[in-house]
Design a protein around this ligand. Structure first.
Ligand SMILES: Cc1cc2nc3c(=O)[nH]c(=O)nc-3n(C[C@H](O)[C@H](O)[C@H](O)COP(=O)(O)OP(=O)(O)OC[C@H]3O[C@@H](n4cnc5c(N)ncnc54)[C@H](O)[C@@H]3O)c2cc1C
Length: 538
């Protein structure tokens, strides 16, 4: 292997792979350096208990961009995403339940258990959300206009703003609401039932260390609906074989166009010469040089750990220190001997609610308490838990008759108060999460055969996520679009010549989208004067 490349990519997460693919397809010589023994970053499938495997971190797919799927021929490489029969199942405090999905009329009939008004208003709500989500979809593959980018940036801003300005005034108001309001304030404007508001408000606290009362939390709700599954907008699905099926197919696409991929190759330092990033030094001491150094790692990792502070300005370092990262997420994988038997919907035989996203967060007040408790104590005695049981739609993950579940839990302080550390408390938090599920499905605790625990600290250590942030940094208005990660560097270019960013810490942010990798590749190719060939399908 040579040690001089057109592009060296730090990190083999899905965005690193997408970026590598487009660069190599345009003729560049590309090398990906991944710290772990497998590529895929937070989108991987791994064994965690004898006979059981699961998507270790991210676990459900919707945001993956259709253009990326097509360009990398992921379907032809075996990727199959299946929809769940219904989207969500929410056990209620009063012993009832709410099911969401399976068609508009079905959801409306579920809503009628709580409020006729909420059922009647649902089509208009979906339409409003859908219209605004379309704008996000439209922007996802566009480079934000960069502050300080002169005429080109002004033109880009005007073009991108035109879509917004052409919407009816009513939809522009919805957009403003979604970008600025709290989830509760936004949902209060539509619905009256607490159960219905919780069903939609849950999306606002996923990966968002915030209360549904925090201004701006409505945006995170919107971020979770701009995807699609097999052309069905807003739907979430399961990748057969787990999320690793996506990134293994991506790696195959990369290899086909000549990308060199190294695993167990942690980068220790970005080499800088006269304000230009020229290469990287691995922890092994080996050096690899490239005309473009592209960081798939998040901004905090890149600028605080991999670059000598002397190579960055104090002003820039101050901004990086202020970049918010820490999504307050706790993740578990459990091996189960049987399916949960819910008090509100009894039965261990496979049913549609077992195949859906099972949400234990019955009201916005519950979610607010989870956050305020976490701020004070580290986590709440009543945590927010989402459980998916992927083996109910995919028999490749667990032995026959047994199951695997992903537990995705919110509002667990990225850093515990009073000097406590997660290593001392992760088991207790995991016990509480299992008890929380057990309270609504009393056979659950006894059915757990094995468990894998990922506290915020474990997420940082295992996946290189600063503060355990699932999105590489908070998805707040001050860290979005042209301001992601930092105003003046919203166009995938870093503050050093030759340095680029292609991960979730850039527009359009977190999730398994492939969009940052796609967009970064376009900018790198433009800088190399090969824009004419950029991203064009062969
Ligand atoms: C627990 C959890 C649950 C999630 N659930 C979902 C979900 O269900 N659906 C969804 O769409 N999104 C989900 N997400 C978010 C989504 O997975 C991420 O936003 C996305 O995977 C980020 O992709 P990326 O390629 O930008 O970065 P990453 O996936 O973080 O990849 C970065 C890569 O860089 C590597 N790296 C780090 N440091 C170094 C170094 N020094 N040298 C070399 N390599 C290095 C890492 O090992 C990693 O492979 C979840 C994330 C987590 C953590």
């Amino acid at each position: 292997m040579s040690s001089r490349y057109d592009a060296v990519i730090i990190g083999g997460g899905h965005n690193g792979l997408v970026c590598a693919f487009y660069l190599a397809r345009a003729g560049l010589k590309v090398r990906v350096l991944e710290r772990r023994a497998i590529v895929g970053g937070a989108a991987v499938t791994e064994a965690f208990h004898p006979g059981f495997r699961n998507s270790t971190a991210s676990y459900t797919v919707s945001l993956l961009n259709p253009k990326v799927i097509a360009d990398m021929r992921l379907a032809a490489r075996g990727l199959r995403v299946v929809e769940r029969p219904i989207a969500n199942f929410l056990p209620q405090l009063d012993g009832g339940y709410l099911k969401l999905g399976g068609g508009l009329e079905r959801t409306q009939s579920q809503f009628r258990k709580f409020s006729d008004h909420d059922a009647d208003v649902l089509p208009a709500y979906y339409e409003a959300l859908e219209t605004v989500a379309d704008v996000l979809r439209d922007l996802a593959l566009k480079t934000p206009p960069n502050a300080g980018g002169g005429l080109r940036a002004l033109l880009a801003a005007a073009t991108q703003g035109r879509r917004l300005a052409s919407m009816p005034l009513e939809r522009q108001r919805d957009t403003l609401d979604l970008f600025t309001k709290s989830a509760r304030a936004f949902l209060d404007g539509w619905f009256e039932s607490e159960a219905v508001k919780a069903a939609f408000g849950f999306d606002a606290v996923v990966g968002n260390y915030a209360s549904p009362d925090t201004p701006g939390s409505a945006y995170v709700l919107l971020h979770h609906v701009f995807g699609e599954v097999n052309g069905k907008k807003g739907a979430w699905g399961h990748a057969i074989g787990g999320m690793g099926a996506i990134t293994q197919a991506m790696a195959a696409a990369c290899l086909e166009v000549g990308v060199e991929i190294d695993v167990e190759a942690p980068v220790a330092r970005v080499l800088v010469d006269r304000a230009t990033a020229v290469g990287v030094r691995l922890e092994s001491g080996a050096e690899v040089f490239g005309a473009a150094i592209v960081a798939n790692v998040g901004p905090r990792i890149l600028y605080q750990r991999l670059i000598d502070p002397a190579d960055l300005t104090p002003e820039f370092l101050k901004r990086v220190a202020a970049f918010k990262a820490g999504s307050g997420t706790f993740r578990m994988n459990v091996a189960l001997s049987e399916l949960p038997d819910f008090i509100c919907l009894p039965g261990k035989a496979l049913a549609e609610h077992h195949q859906s996203g099972i949400i234990i967060a019955p009201s916005l007040d519950y979610m607010d308490r989870a956050f305020t408790d976490a701020r004070q104590f580290g986590w709440s005695r009543a945590p927010i838990v989402e459980m998916l049981i992927p083996s109910t739609v995919d028999d490749s993950l667990a032995p026959p008759g047994a199951h695997v579940a992903s537990l995705f839990c919110q509002q667990f302080a990225p850093v515990l108060p009073d000097g406590r550390i997660w290593d001392d408390e992760r088991e207790a938090a995991a016990d509480l999460i299992i008890e929380t599920v057990n309270a609504v499905a009393p056979n659950f605790r006894a059915s757990v055969l094995g468990r894998m625990i990922l506290s915020p600290l474990d997420l940082e250590r295992t996946f290189g996520l600063a503060g355990g942030d699932i999105f590489h940094g908070a998805m707040t208005l001050d860290q979005l679009w042209a301001a992601r990660p930092i105003l003046g560097h919203g166009d995938y270019r870093g503050p050093l010549k030759g340095l680029y960013m292609c991960g979730a810490g850039t527009h359009p942010g977190g999730g398994v989208t492939g969009a940052p990798g796609h967009n970064a590749a376009r900018e790198i190719l433009a800088d190399r004067g090969v824009i004419g060939r950029v991203l064009r399908r062969r």
